[in-house]
Design a protein around this ligand. Structure first.
Ligand SMILES: Cc1ncc(COP(=O)(O)O)c(C=O)c1O
Length: 376
C-alpha cells in the first residue's frame, strides 16, 4: 500500500540537508562545548552558528536564543519562569482556552502554587477577542500566553495587537509558535514578542530540540538548575547534534519560506476544493483567512473521525491533535469554538508539507471521497 503523509503538524521528516549538516556531529565532533580545547571549540562553534541561524529566522539577536529540548520545555520555562520571577508584582496569568496541553497544563500546575489563570474564549473561527483580553487584565496580571497558530485548526491570533496590549500594561507576553515558525513569517521584533517557543520537529529538524526566544531585558526564574550553560539560562550540556540540525533547518526555513508557503497552500486548498465539490455539507474548522497555509481541519457531518481515519488506512492524518489521537472525545479546541457535536465528532486535520505532491493530494482526495460515500 502506498502511504500518503498529510500530518505535518504532528511532525515533519528530517530534511536531507539537515541530516547532512548533523552527520559530522554524530561521531567526529563529540567535544563538550564547554571545554576550552580544540574538540570543545568545534562543538561550541557549531552551536553558535545554529544560534545565529535561528536568530536570523526570528529576527532577533543570537544572545536571545536559548536551546531547549523542544516546544514543551520552552513553554514550561517561559510560563513557570516568568510566573516565579514576578511574584512580587502579582499572580495572575492570562491564556486562551485553545492552547496546547504544553501551555494549559503548565497553567493548571501553577494554580497549585497560588497562581490564578484566566482562560479567554475564542470565536467560532478559533480567534480570541481582544476586548475580552483587555477586560481580563488585572493589576496582578504578570503574563499573557497566547499561541500564534493553533495546532488543530491552524487559526492565527492577532499577535502584534496582543503584544501591544501586554506592553501597555507592563505584562510579559509569551507565544507558543511551535506550529507557525517555518510556515509563516515570524518576526519577533516587529511583532513585539517577549518570549516565544519553537519546536524543532515541526520544522524539519529532529525531535527533542527546540528554542525559547527570550527578549534581552526579560527576567525568568531558572527552570533547569545546574551549571551555567546557554548563557546561564539553561543548565545541561547542550545537545550539539540536534542543535546543529535545528540551526540548519532554520536557515532552510528562511531561505524557502515564500516558496514553501505557496506550495503548502496550493495543495491544501486543492484538497479542500475537491472535497467540498463532492461534499457540499463539509465544514471548515478554523479561520478561512487567518490560518496556517498548510492546515485543513474539516468535518464530515455525522461521521466519526476515528472510524473514517481507520478506513483511510493509506492516509496519515489526525483526528483532533495528534497528542490526543485514540480518544474519541471532542477536542478542547473544537469545544471552545463551539463546533456543533455532529460536526466536531468528524473533525479531521490534514496538514501538507514540503514533500506533499499534487499527485498525492489527488489520490488522497479520491480515497476520502470513496470512503466517505461508502460509510454514508
Ligand atoms: C502548538 C504546540 N505547542 C507545543 C507543542 C509541543 O512541542 P514538542 O513536541 O517539541 O514538545 C506542540 C506539539 O504538538 C504544538 O503543536
Amino acid at each position: 500500500m502506498q502511504h500518503i503523509y498529510l500530518d505535518y503538524n504532528a511532525s515533519t521528516p528530517l530534511l536531507a540537508e539537515v541530516a547532512d549538516a548533523m552527520q559530522p556531529y554524530l561521531i567526529n565532533f563529540f567535544g563538550n562545548p564547554s571545554s576550552r580545547h580544540w574538540y570543545g571549540r568545534q562543538s561550541r562553534e557549531a552551536i553558535e552558528l545554529a544560534r545565529a541561524q535561528v536568530a536570523h529566522l526570528l529576527n532577533c539577536c543570537p544572545e536571545e536564543i536559548i536551546f531547549t529540548s523542544g516546544g514543551t520545555e520552552s513553554n514550561n520555562y517561559a510560563i513557570k519562569g516568568s510566573a516565579f520571577a514576578r511574584t512580587d508584582i502579582g499572580n495572575h496569568i492570562i491564556t486562551s482556552a485553545i492552547e496546547h496541553p504544553a501551555v494549559l497544563n503548565v497553567c493548571r500546575y501553577l494554580e497549585k502554587f497560588g497562581f490564578e489563570t484566566t482562560y479567554i474564549a475564542v470565536d467560532e473561527f478559533g480567534i480570541i477577542d481582544l476586548e475580552e483580553l483587555v477586560d481580563s487584565i488585572k493589576p496582578t496580571t504578570i503574563l499573557i500566553s497566547i499561541m500564534q497558530a493553533n495546532n488543530e485548526t491552524g487559526s492565527i491570533q492577532p499577535i502584534k495587537e496582543i503584544a501591544e496590549i501586554a506592553e501597555e500594561n507592563n505584562i510579559i507576553f509569551h507565544t507558543d509558535a511551535a506550529q507557525s515558525v517555518g510556515k509563516i513569517s515570524v518576526n519577533v521584533k516587529n511583532l513585539g514578542i517577549d518570549l516565544l517557543s519553537v519546536a524543532g520537529h515541526k520544522m524539519y529538524a529532529p525531535k527533542g530540540v527546540g528554542v525559547l526566544y527570550k527578549k534581552k531585558n526579560i527576567k525568568l526564574d531558572k527552570f533547569m538548575h545546574g551549571a551555567n550553560h546557554e548563557g546561564d539560562n539553561r543548565a545541561g550540556t547542550e545537545n550539539v547534534l540536534e542543535i546543529v540540525g535545528l540551526g540548519k533547518a532554520a536557515e532552510i526555513a528562511s531561505r524557502d519560506l515564500a516558496s514553501n508557503y505557496e506550495h503548502f497552500k496550493e495543495l491544501r486548498d486543492l484538497l479542500h476544493k475537491t472535497l467540498k465539490k463532492n461534499f457540499p455539507d463539509l465544514k471548515l474548522n478554523g479561520h478561512p483567512e487567518f490560518r496556517l497555509p498548510n492546515t485543513l481541519n474539516i468535518s464530515f457531518p455525522n461521521i466519526k473521525a476515528d472510524l473514517l481515519l481507520d478506513e483511510l488506512e493509506s492516509l496519515a492524518a489526525s483526528a483532533g491533535a495528534a497528542c490526543h489521537s485514540g480518544s474519541v472525545e471532542i477536542s478542547h479546541v473544537l469545544q471552545a469554538m463551539r463546533v456543533p457535536e455532529k460536526f466536531a465528532m468528524g473533525a479531521i486535520r490534514f496538514s501538507t508539507g514540503r514533500y506533499t505532491t499534487r499527485k498525492e493530494i489527488e489520490e488522497a482526495a479520491q480515497t476520502i471521497i470513496d470512503t466517505v460515500r461508502l460509510i454514508r
